[in-house]
Design a protein. Structure first.
Length: 608
């Protein structure tokens, strides 16, 4: 599902005095002065706003004069429209508010005009709404505001919930989107804050250490729109080197190399949201995602092996999509049941500021104005609502044909989730003699099927983990392991074996391994279970189409490199890992099987 970024951010602020909902009175009463529930010290007549500068305001009322600031709902024309149609709002600060907050407080306090205050919409004496030129965006770097969650934890203690909850602490390490700054996804509604800005790694690390020391919590929820790439080289390795037993959520880009999710896992990133959105090349091209289907599948495989929960969505209903895309995905999905299924999905939505919104006709859509639901929520004219809201209605260009039928994919996803919950697996197990076996249990209704691989076949399977262009496979594998290359019969033998794997035939069915043959356990050095994905044309390439010589990529290997897990995080026995990390991680509670006692709020310094 296309995402609407309306999450709370540390840089937004909004004030009330009448914009906050008041509790309903218990009995009918005559009009009288009422209190704002958010700021109990301020009273105003019902339905009225105290004018700016009318008498000395209380210290808590400096910003209570209807000021509203920041966040997505105040960007572009939406902020000035709020000021125009809401007479009780005195000012609107567009986008980021830190730059003007101090001066805004001083002017409210002194009753001075807001004229000339950058990025602020105000009403003049004759009733006209004017907006000053936009303020500069916050510059990241070596300076960062402290985060204070004392009130939250005091409330937990007062309610007796300290030992019953596992809170995640929000933090921010960057703003904007480095990918969108280069190529904006067609459905993405980011706006003025697109410019990517990163705080120094040492500054972020110092803040995280301070938060953990003060609150005794080592679970951190990143509010970044996308994780900075440089953190894979500085911040995350430093966290792992210092031995912090932390847990992170981050939004990431899907086109990663094997070493990068290993770095995430070593630093404690146990929950990611990559921008997968689809498993079909044509749909990803429509979205301008900058990734190929096999890269999305590859990331799902690596996250499965490394114990990282991967939350992702399937997006459908895009203008210009074709039925063939959903036919291919419906054929692909049954081969992926051992990987994490989509956690959500839905029809494409038209968001303000997105390329689909800015140029709808160019993308096969026709803008119809604000989403019809807002007519029932706001007592305003349609022309004003068209400027006020973020979500809009649209119709598809009739020349594109009838809407596609997605029922086949939706049914396949339902079956994917059922099979995954039932324990679907696809494992590659290596023996001490460097031979291996593929154990295929994607069909949970049937017994597992085992396919043996000799030393040369196992070496090729490992080689294909990172994905190799088919036209380069023979040359690269010969350079890496000449003995295995010759044992497979050279380039021709190599091509024949890969074709078997891509056709979902890892070996001769008559050569299936005797299930009575026992494998030694991992800690004793005999065999290591490396959970993940195995062969199959669609599973390897992420597409049902035949590979070609220009972009063909083969990606078959599936195993976990145990040395990437620090000793403090995993015992040797845990190297034989389950392919079900979601059994170890509960999305509803944020709990992990290894919740260290050192991160318990009961020992937090805020209590002292």
């Amino acid at each position: 599902m296309a995402r609407t970024r309306t999450r709370p951010t540390p840089h937004g602020f909004s004030c009330c005095a009448c914009s906050s909902p008041r509790p309903a009175p218990r009995r009918p009463a005559a009009p009288r002065r009422t209190r704002c529930p958010r700021h109990q010290g301020t009273t105003v007549p019902p339905g009225r706003r105290p004018p700016v500068g009318s008498g000395p305001p209380s210290p808590r009322a400096w910003l209570l004069s209807g000021t509203r600031s920041g966040r997505s709902q105040c960007a572009g024309p939406m902020g000035s429209t709020i000021r125009r149609i809401c007479p009780y709002v005195d000012a609107v600060v567009h986008v980021e508010g830190e730059q003007v907050l101090g001066e805004l407080v001083r002017r409210f306090r002194d009753g001075r005009s807001l004229s000339g205050l950058a990025g602020v919409s105000r009403r003049t004496e004759d009733g006209e709404v004017v907006t000053a030129p936009a303020a500069e965006l916050v510059v990241a770097g070596s300076r960062k505001l402290d985060l204070d969650y004392d009130a939250y934890f005091h409330r937990l203690a007062r309610l007796g919930l300290t030992e019953k909850m596992n809170p995640w602490l929000p933090f921010e390490s960057s703003r904007g989107c480095w990918y969108g700054q280069k190529v904006q996804c067609t459905f993405c509604g980011l706006h003025d804050i697109m410019d990517f800005r990163v705080w120094d790694a040492d500054v972020v690390l110092a803040q995280l250490e301070s938060l953990q020391k003060r609150y005794g919590v080592g679970r951190f929820y990143s509010m970044d729109l996308i994780m900075p790439r440089e953190y894979l080289r500085n911040l995350l390795p430093e966290i792992a080197a210092r031995g912090h037993d932390w847990m992170f959520f981050y939004e990431i880009e899907a086109n990663m190399r094997r070493s990068e999710p290993e770095t995430l896992a070593a630093a404690g990133v146990r929950w990611v949201q990559p921008g997968i959105e689809s498993l079909d090349a044509d749909l990803l091209s429509l979205m301008r995602k900058g990734v190929k289907p096999y890269q999305n599948v590859q990331l799902l495989k690596w996250c499965q092996e490394l114990g990282i929960y991967c939350g992702w969505n399937l997006l459908f209903g895009l203008p210009g999509e074709g039925q063939a895309s959903y036919t291919r995905m419906a054929e692909l999905i049954p081969k992926l049941t051992h990987l994490q299924p989509p956690s959500g999905g839905g029809r494409f939505q038209l968001h303000r500021f997105s390329p689909y919104f800015e140029q709808p006709e160019a993308h096969g859509a026709r803008w119809e104005g604000m989403h019809r639901m807002f007519a029932y929520a706001f007592p305003a004219d349609k022309a004003d609502l068209d400027q006020l809201v973020y979500l809009h209605d649209f119709t598809l260009d009739p020349s594109l044909g009838d809407p596609v039928d997605t029922s086949e994919v939706e049914a396949a996803v339902v079956e994917w989730r059922r099979a995954n919950q039932a324990g679907a697996r696809l494992d590659f197990i290596e023996r001490s003699d460097e031979e291996g076996v593929i154990v295929d249990h994607r069909d949970v209704g049937s017994p597992p099927v085992r396919y043996p691989l000799d030393r040369a076949g196992s070496a090729l399977y490992r080689h294909l983990d990172a994905g190799v262009a088919e036209r380069l496979l023979a040359e690269r594998f010969r350079d890496e392991d000449r003995d295995a290359f010759e044992a497979l019969g050279g380039a021709s033998g190599l091509a024949e074996l890969v074709e078997q794997w891509l056709s979902d035939r890892p070996g001769d069915p008559h050569r299936r391994e005797d299930p009575r043959r026992r494998l030694p356990c991992e800690p004793d050095g005999g065999a290591e279970s490396r959970a993940g994905r195995g062969p199959g044309r669609d599973g390897a390439r992420g597409s049902a189409r035949q590979p070609d010589s220009s972009d063909g990529v083969v990606d078959l290997r599936s195993y976990e490199q145990a040395e990437s897990w620090p000793t403090s995080r995993a015992s040797p026995a845990s190297r034989t890992r389950s392919a079900k990390p979601n059994r170890r991680f509960s999305m509803s509670s944020g709990r992990c099987a290894r919740t260290p006692s050192s991160t318990s709020p009961s020992s937090a310094s805020w209590r002292r």
